[in-house]
Design a binder for this molecule. Structure first.
Ligand code: NAD
Ligand code: ZN
Ligand code: ZN
Length: 404
């Protein structure tokens, strides 16, 4: 039987590639595995040979020590792979199928899954609704930044590509279907973006850039992306976005220079709880900054799409309130303007099939938009460091050397 190697969280600022067990169609005990999930049998699962698996800003929250992720946690929730073994209860997925794996693990059988709300499945995480591979507090499903990974409820979860050769030609783009492309797109949809909309996206990381590409796909008239990282803003301009440098002050004034009015129709938070302040505050963390500024600049009656992650516990929080995820929001502004908010995990399955077709038919070039950069498994620790340093790139790990 083949061995297995994976990217493992060691301590704040450090990941390493370790040998781990080859997956079984059963969830075994290990770092981060919830006791109630130990021994869970997965006849409905498959084993995937991982073809592409990306590093995400969500991984960085753990690796920066900003969560309670345990040492030894196998990372990786953005997975694309080939099926090499199917469990006895798998009916429609077969060996050899090349598939995208939604980062949300969903049973397909609970009330939320039945309503398409796969980001809050009730059956996969004993702690709370919603789960993901390789993530703290998500039940302990083993991560996919590895050579091989087990995917449960395979018939429900997997998106099979229609043609293998065609898929391999666009594999860098298709690798974005497990998370950031649907997530950014969901941010735009839930912010109410439609033809002719003006949009402000806070954050020019991969999720923000994917939200901007998603807003273009939805027909936005102007997409403005804000960040404090000049290289990432340059990346946004490469595919037709306007940009705002938040080190120069509140986005409001720069938005007025671009649009002639100090507001937008739709606001998207692609930053989350590690947000920096604006202007002279850009050097320090101020977790409510993005939400408060979006409430200020989004037109009355508008909506905020909030893919940026907010947590319930943060050992590195700026104050006692932030340590338990409590932020100082000017909710009155949002209330007075009748703004609506959409938070939470993106229900990837709602969008991945349509976005796959947009990729395959050349309607969108998401890999170029986010700066997709292929690296080997052993280069993953460097990838984490460079991404944390603010590289305008989305690192795609290629564990079997199939993409070079
Ligand atoms: P990232 O860390 O690469 O990008 C965040 C960017 O925000 C950085 O470029 C940073 O410079 C910028 N930033 C910080 N403060 C800012 C401010 N005040 N205004 C504008 N920009 C600011 O992360 P990413 O991979 O792009 O992910 C973004 C967020 O989305 C993370 O919180 C991640 O956990 C979350 N996420 C959520 C989902 C979901 O399903 N909801 C899925 C994937 C990622
Ligand atoms: Zn992700
Ligand atoms: Zn479910």
């Amino acid at each position: 039987m083949a061995g297995n190697r994976a990217v493992v969280y060691v301590k704040p600022g450090e990941v390493e590639v370790h040998r781990i067990a080859y997956p079984k169609l059963e969830l075994r005990d290990g770092p981060g595995v919830h006791p109630a999930n130990v021994g869970r049998r997965c006849g409905h699962g498959v084993i995937l040979k991982v073809v592409a698996t990306n590093i995400c800003g969500s991984d960085q929250h753990m690796v920066r020590g900003r969560t309670t992720a345990p040492q030894g946690l196998v990372l990786g929730h953005e997975i694309l792979g080939e099926v090499v073994e199917t469990g006895p209860d798998v009916e429609f997925i077969g060996v050899g199928d090349l598939c995208s794996v939604p980062f949300n693990i969903a049973c397909g059988r609970c009330r939320n899954c039945k309503e398409g709300r796969t980001g809050i499945c009730l059956h996969v995480n004993p702690d709370r609704p919603g789960s993901a591979y390789g993530y703290v507090d998500m039940g302990g499903w083993v991560g996919g930044q590895a050579e091989y990974v087990m995917v449960p409820y395979a018939d429900f979860n997997l998106l099979r590509f229609p043609d293998r050769a065609q898929a391999m030609e666009k594999i860098r783009d298709l690798a974005m279907l497990s998370d950031i492309f649907p997530t950014g797109f969901h941010g735009a949809v839930s912010a109410g973006v439609r033809p002719g909309s003006t949009v402000y996206v806070a954050g020019a990381g991969p999720v923000g850039l994917a939200a901007a590409a998603g807003a273009h796909l939805l027909g936005a008239a102007v997409v403005i992306v804000g960040d404090l990282n000049a290289g990432r803003l340059e990346q946004a301009r490469r595919f037709g976005c306007e940009t705002v440098d938040v080190t120069k002050g509140e986005p409001k004034e720069q938005i007025e220079q671009i649009l002639g009015v100090p507001e937008v129709d739709a606001g998207i938070d692609a930053v989350g709880f590690e947000a920096r302040g604006h202007g002279s505050g850009a050097g320090t963390e101020a977790p409510a900054t993005v939400l408060n500024s979006l409430m200020e600049i989004t037109a009355a009656g508008g909506a905020l799409g909030i893919p940026g992650l907010y947590v319930t516990g943060d050992p590195g929080g700026v104050d006692e309130a932030a340590k338990i995820g409590a932020l100082s929001l000017s909710l009155g502004t949002g209330w007075a303007k009748s703004l609506s908010f959409t938070t939470g995990q993106c229900p990837v399955m709602k969008y991945n099939h349509g976005l796959m077709k947009a990729i395959l038919h050349d309607r969108v070039h998401i890999a170029d938009a986010v700066g997709a950069t292929v690296i080997g498994l052993d280069e993953a620790p460097d990838g984490y460091r460079e991404f944390d340093g603010g590289a305008a790139r989305k690192y795609v790990i290629d564990p079997h050397g199939l993409l070079h």
